[in-house]
Design a protein around this ligand. Structure first.
Ligand SMILES: [Zn+2]
Length: 344
């Protein structure tokens, strides 16, 4: 199965940024560096780093793809992750409502963008996982693309969209820091729960901005390092962000008995500095009067949070408390929504 693309979507070599030769069904080849990228069930693996995922897991998912349902494949994927049954069950439930979560998030980012969204363009979900968001974007936009570094998740995302009869989607295994797309490709871009896991956060931002089309929107959330309303969301432990970064792993190990790697939560000031420096540089380079613009929205209550407790009850009863927290406690709210726009 070859890679499905849209006329305005050209896949580039992530290293050379020249269009790939996709005339062969099983791999894409870069005409400049001659690197060959394999294609799995229509999904090209355009990572520049070698595969760190289990070949056995991938082979099993591919072998059972046609005969299995979406739920079967999700169960199969989770069975490879050797987690306690109750945790696996939570993950399964989370993924089974992936379409609903994707639809909710799509409405939210369209609202952030106001009425200026170009639905005739292509939408991109960075870190798309098992594809709930791409499933929703494909129903609003002419075409939807999902990228992730986890190839097994993309196989499941492909199944999700295939089961739904969507034929305007493309999944690509790629890194957020080396997007295999031409400048100005996307009308709308989303990245949910991604920036805190990306090793080079400025590159994530500048790459995202590069592939955004003029008049387009790039929306991503960023959990706050200095959140005073809840625990660190990945390890469910209070106070992690207030320690020096070098001490965080030992603290998490002490109270949770688990590692703390591959996570770097930004504070409000760090997030703002990153946006100013990365997008400001682009503004200076282009010398345009109306350069990139961005807004950072504080979120005191995350509606989609799995941990619905006293805060949700309080917020439901007294919505003005949420407004107050968003306005006066902005450096300390649980997370931010960032909306970046490119001038026309
Ligand atoms: Zn190349």
């Amino acid at each position: 199965m070859s890679v499905k693309t849209f006329n305005a979507l050209t896949l580039l070599c992530p290293l050379c940024r020249v269009p790939l030769d996709d005339s062969i069904a099983t791999r894409c080849v870069c005409p400049r560096c001659a690197r060959s990228f394999p294609i799995f069930h229509g999904i090209p693996d355009l990572r520049s780093e070698p595969d760190e995922y289990s070949g056995e897991e991938l082979a099993t998912l591919l072998a059972r793809f046609d005969e299995s349902s979406l739920e079967d494949l999700i169960r199969l994927r989770l069975s490879f992750n050797q987690m306690p049954a109750d945790v696996a069950d939570l993950h399964l439930k989370h993924e089974l409502v992936g379409n609903e979560r994707g639809a909710e998030r799509t409405e939210q980012i369209v609202r952030f963008a106001g009425d200026a969204v170009d639905f005739s363009g292509i939408a991109l979900d960075i870190g798309c996982g098992m594809g709930g968001m791409v499933h929703a974007l494909a129903q609003r936009f002419a075409w939807a693309v999902g990228i992730d570094v986890a190839l097994p998740d993309l196989i499941i995302a492909q199944k999700r969209c295939q089961e739904a009869g969507l034929d305007n989607v493309t999944f690509i295994c790629a890194s957020a820091e080396a997007l295999p797309f031409a400048d100005g490709t996307f009308a709308m871009m989303n990245a949910t729960d991604v920036v805190e896991h990306v090793p080079q956060q400025r590159l994530f931002l500048s790459e995202g901005y590069r592939v955004l089309q003029p008049g387009g929107y790039f929306c991503f959330n960023s959990p706050n390092r200095y959140n005073i309303f809840g625990p660190e969301p990945h390890v469910n432990l209070w106070g992690v962000g207030f320690l020096p970064r070098a001490w965080m792993p030992a603290y998490v190990k002490l109270f949770k008995g688990m590692g703390y790697t591959g996570k770097r939560l930004l504070s409000y000031l760090e997030l703002r500095a990153m946006l100013h420096q990365t997008l400001g540089a682009d503004k200076a380079r282009n010398g345009t009067a109306s350069g990139p613009s961005f807004q950072i929205l504080g979120t005191a209550i995350r509606a989609s949070s799995a941990r619905k407790g006293w805060k949700h009850r309080l917020a439901f009863r007294y919505p003005f408390l949420v407004d107050l927290a968003n306005r006066f406690l902005k450096p300390f709210v649980p997370q931010y929504e960032v909306v970046v726009s490119k001038p026309r």
